[in-house]
Design a protein around this ligand. Structure first.
Ligand code: FES
Length: 644
């Protein structure tokens, strides 16, 4: 085994790696994460880097074109050093800054929604109080001193007074508090500030601190949205409910694959794989905590509670719980409702004795993030029949109102997150997000996030692209290229046709940005899965599309989506655009509500218990609907009377 020095440009970072390590893993470990939607299997082509100097052993060129090979491109996941190297990471390869949705951004909607202001009203009509019995709070207690007539012990006096003030029956105490209790009570003249830390329904409330009154110390809570692709965290002042800042980042598990299944497989098949994944998500969250605490000028130990909302697999991986059975029939997770754990035990860098709660989920593919979303919308309290859709690396949906809730999850695949496509990328600077194509396909107009040269295309751009390729006559309803298209942008890519969206001269990565026929069909499969999921739920409850009174779209993908085009390609049902509303990061919003309000926490438990999960793989309905939806917009055009 030989060690080599590798200089990575443009960061100019020097790392050392052995000839047995691949560039992808080594660069990730060195803090230079690359896009890697296939998790290093050599199939997605997203981890392309350029070898500027030196030699590598590359086992698979995969999707690298001959022209790119000539320019020195290799797949980082398939390449090991055979000498010292200088490696350049092209702008489109680096897993850069995401447009991570934070709570505060929900107010600032994208201009595109502004154009349809009437159509896209920001909803959020839950009725939970802003601050009402937060998960961690302090109360003042004046405790009667012991006397010969009443010589009860200190702990007994404290619990009696706490119960009298709060009505809480199940109280526990930490040993640290008990150790200091006699002195603190007497020094304070029995006038104390008592910190109450609510664990969960089963474990009750812990007396987490006793200080002389007034305590004067601020205390904060942390809300976390543990997303498969991105992670967002918000600090909240638990006394006032005011935000202390919000931060977001990509999930560092992304190098192990875009979707939860790839990650579960990584955990299963690689010795130490589960630990790698747990470490990656903990590092992601802990760095956000460090940033947030630093930004507010507080110590991390001032964060005295946390509420996390994540899908079932992410929650398992966060805690290092074996996720294997989530993906195996009958799809049983270790726990949908995970008991609270202390931060020190979980590896979260806040106060080590702080309790970390997890919003309960319903099933393997309807997790706490969806419960949090339903909570944030208030749909479980309203008469209005509401459809909630969260399209990320999976498509999760809930339909219902204050009487009933039904949900399903379809494996839409990561297409709308840019995964599984050669030039697919997440919604970050350089991503093509808006496309127009003239009849015959000779001219393409596009805009990118950030306004710079295009590096790839994100999910919203893909929807536009498919809609316009069809409208311009370049592809047919099944997504196949029409024969004899005169456009110079349609070419044979060896193994199938492709359409060039941006020529190399205008693209930031130095090569043409294109979309192949196979990729268009992959997008059609993704959109068909989402639509078929919605239809299956409606069929289950015997309701037509017209019964849906409003649709909430959650998550980063929904922020930029052009609803009209999403209807045109058959991703979303053809109901009036005015019924659609974008609700931002509802998972983070639900976690924040749970931090601050006992009613919200109780409601979250009720929602998780009330949702009926429809397993789409059982029965034929979903598959029949899926096959019918594989066309633009659908086999049955009567379902899309307004599609253009
Ligand atoms: Fe390297 Fe997918 S091809 S990560």
């Amino acid at each position: 085994m030989a060690d080599y020095h590798v200089r990575i440009l443009p960061d100019n970072k020097l790392i050392t790696l052995s000839d047995e390590q691949n560039l992808l893993k080594a660069m990730t470990a060195a803090g230079i994460p690359l896009q890697a939607s296939c998790g290093g299997r050599g199939t997605c082509g997203q981890c392309r880097v350029i070898i500027k100097e030196g030699q590598v052993c590359s086992s698979e060129a995969g999707t690298i074109s001959q022209e790119e090979q000539r320019l020195g491109y290799v797949l980082a996941c398939q390449s090991r050093p055979a000498s010292d190297l200088v490696v350049e990471v092209p702008a489109g390869t680096k897993l850069g800054e995401h447009r991570v949705l934070l709570g505060e951004e929900q107010e600032a909607r994208d201009a595109r929604y502004g154009e349809d202001a009437e159509a896209f009203v920001l909803y959020g009509d839950n009725s939970y109080p802003a601050v009402e019995l937060p998960v961690y709070r302090k109360i003042r207690l004046k405790i009667p001193q012991p006397t010969l007539d009443d010589p009860a012990d200190d702990w007994g006096r404290l619990t009696r007074a706490t119960r009298g003030e709060t009505g809480i029956e199940r109280l526990s105490v930490s040993l640290n508090v008990l150790r200091d209790l006699p002195r603190v009570l007497r020094d304070a003249g029995w006038d104390v500030s008592v910190a109450l830390a609510e664990k969960d329904t089963w474990q009750g409330v812990e007396i987490a601190g006793v200080e002389p009154f007034p305590s004067g110390r601020k205390y904060y809570g942390l809300a976390v949205d543990i997303g498969t692709t991105t992670v967002a965290a918000e600090l909240v002042d638990l006394e006032t409910g005011r935000t202390g800042g919000a931060r977001g980042s990509f999930n560092r598990q992304s190098v192990y694959g875009d979707d939860v299944i790839s990650r579960i497989i990584h955990a299963e098949e690689n010795p130490g794989g589960l630990e790698e994944l747990q470490k990656a998500i903990l590092e992601t969250v802990n760095d956000l905590i460090k940033d947030l605490a630093g930004g507010l000028g507080i110590g991390q130990a001032d964060i005295r509670a946390a509420v996390c909302a994540g899908n079932t697999a992410m929650t398992h991986l966060f805690l290092g719980i074996d996720p294997a059975y989530i993906r195996l029939e009958p799809y049983t997770p270790a726990a949908n409702n995970i008991p609270a754990v202390q931060a020190g035990q979980a590896g979260l860098h806040i106060h080590p004795q702080a309790w970390v709660r997890f919003i309960p989920g319903t099933a393997s593919y309807i997790g706490g993030d969806i419960t949090a979303g339903v909570l944030a919308t208030g749909m479980s309290e309203a008469d209005t029949l509401t459809l909630f859709i969260d399209i990320g690396t999976n498509g999760e949906m809930v339909l219902g109102n204050n009487e009933w809730l039904i949900s399903c999850a379809c494996s839409a695949g990561p297409a709308f997150e840019g995964g599984g496509l050669r030039y697919g990328m997440r919604a970050m600077d350089g991503a093509i997000e808006n496309v127009r194509i003239t009849a015959g396909g000779s001219t393409v107009q596009y805009s990118t996030i950030g306004g710079g040269a295009p590096l790839g295309i994100c999910g919203t751009g893909l929807i536009d692209c498919v809609a316009w390729l069809y409208r311009s006559g370049v592809i047919d309803r099944g997504g196949s290229f029409a024969p004899h298209t005169p456009s110079p942008r349609v070419r044979d890519a060896g193994g199938g046709k492709e359409f060039v969206l941006a020529w190399s001269g205008e693209a930031g990565g130095g090569s043409d940005i294109s979309i192949s026929e196979a990729e268009i069909k992959y997008i059609l499969r993704s959109k068909a899965a989402v639509y078929a999921g919605i239809r299956s739920m409606l069929q289950m409850v015997g309701l037509p599309f017209e019964a849906i009174e409003r649709v909430f779209i959650a998550g980063g993908f929904g922020r930029y989506i052009n609803i009209r085009e999403a209807i045109n390609i058959g991703l979303l049902p053809d109901i009036p655009v005015q019924k659609y509303a974008y609700i931002g990061n509802s998972s983070l919003k639900g976690a924040r509500l749970s931090l601050l309000s006992k009613s919200a926490r109780d409601a979250a438990e009720k929602i998780a218990g009330k949702i009926t999960y429809l397993e789409l793989s059982a029965g034929n309905t979903f598959m029949e609907e899926f096959v019918s939806a594989l066309f633009i917009p659908h086999t049955d055009l009567e379902l899309f009377p307004t599609a253009a």
